[in-house]
Ligand binder design. Structure first.
Ligand SMILES: Nc1ncnc2c1ncn2[C@@H]1O[C@H](COP(=O)(O)OP(=O)(O)O)[C@@H](O)[C@H]1O
Ligand SMILES: [Mg+2]
Length: 339
């Protein structure tokens, strides 16, 4: 009995789901294994307790799962991913462990998708460039000067688009590379907001939108990286102007809220439907790709914003009502300053 208790304690001490199989039956299991495989697995035949084809195959030939283990996809949920490892105990029983690989798998999938998306984003304008420059070269004699001008401006616009994508990709990878070192400079937010508003003023005028600022004096300084905060403000303001209804105002507010400064950028535009809201910070995710592209977007702006906020140990919240408008709220930590 003491031996059984010791075995149970050992199993519970493991962080992963684990069970001991003896004579083809589950002889013991920890609570993680019960929540993965079912609470009644004790004394069940192993091939019923672990009903997964790859697992059953491995159990018939336990040698295969001893070294690197066997990958199990879909056990306990379609998006779950496990590594099953089998070790033989001195008494001939088998210790079967399930190591959760779901997160690593999801991260790997994101990397793969990212490379595919980035390549696609660059390939499209590149094909246009090649097509137009070939025509300009091969049919130089037949093309009148007006057409040539038009072709050249297409070439220029597409090259600029590629440049924006590449610049955003470089930004993103720089910010990610620094994510474990939070910025420590104490910076004043107000001049950065003024500067960002100034650089969007032309775009706002063209759309007949006024930029309204609501910032009390004496706003505490934040702990931040000035150039990244500028980038964050530029991205949020350009989105508000881009997706806001022409002629309606864009409001920028900031105020202290406990140990944070709460920054908000609000527009009165088309808004973002609930099903898209959770995904707009993903790289290259857009609600309407054609529209974003035609407005000069790269699909990376909010992803950059999200990474900047993570590096600043801040918080991001996007409130949106389709047809009414969007408010992006950013919380940034107040700088720890000696007063
Ligand atoms: N203020 C906003 N109002 C409505 N939709 C928005 C707003 N900001 C972002 N979006 C949506 O989120 C998508 C992703 O934004 P972002 O990452 O900045 O990429 P981009 O603006 O380059 O398309 C946009 O394509 C747009 O569909
Ligand atoms: Mg954007």
């Amino acid at each position: 009995m003491a031996e059984v208790d010791a075995r149970q304690s050992l199993l519970e001490a493991l962080t992963e789901a684990a069970l001991v199989a003896s004579g083809g039956e589950v002889a013991a299991a920890n609570s993680a294994a019960r929540s993965l495989l079912g609470k009644d697995i004790d004394r069940q035949p192993v091939d019923r307790a672990i009903s997964h084809p790859a697992a059953l195959e491995a159990l018939e030939r336990p040698g295969t799962a001893r070294g690197d283990g066997v990958e199990l996809t879909g056990l306990g949920g379609s998006r779950r991913h496990w590594l099953m490892r089998i070790a033989e105990l001195p008494d001939g029983a088998l210790l079967i462990r399930f190591i959760d690989r779901s997160e690593a798998r999801a991260a790997e999938q994101m990397r793969v998708d990212f490379v595919a998306n980035a390549s696609h984003e660059l390939r499209t304008p590149l094909s246009t460039l090649i097509g137009y420059t070939e025509t300009l070269r091969d049919q130089a004699d037949e093309i009148d000067s007006g057409t040539r001008e038009r072709f050249l401006s297409v070439v220029h616009d597409e090259a600029r688009r590629m440049q924006r994508v590449v610049e955003d990709l470089i930004s993103l990878s720089r910010i990610e590379a620094e994510k474990f070192t939070a910025p420590t400079d104490a910076i004043a937010l107000e001049p950065l907001i003024e500067q960002a508003l100034e650089s969007e003023r032309r775009a706002a005028e063209e759309r007949g939108s006024c930029l309204i600022r609501d910032i009390p004096s004496g706003l505490p300084r934040i702990s931040g990286d000035a150039s990244q905060i500028t980038q964050l403000l530029d991205n949020l303001l350009s989105n508000a102007l881009r997706y806001g209804e022409p002629g309606t105002p864009v409001r920028v507010g900031a105020r202290a809220e406990g140990a944070m400064v709460r920054l908000s950028v609000a527009d009165e535009g088309e808004g973002i439907a609930a099903e898209h809201l959770a995904r707009v910070t993903e790289r290259f995710y857009r609600v309407d790709t054609g529209r974003s592209r035609s407005l000069g977007g790269t699909g990376l702006g909010l992803s950059i914003v999200k990474h900047i906020i993570e590096r600043h140990r801040g918080r991001l919240q996007i409130d949106s009502q389709p047809g009414r408008g969007t408010t992006v709220i950013v919380l940034l930590p107040v700088a720890a300053e000696l007063s």
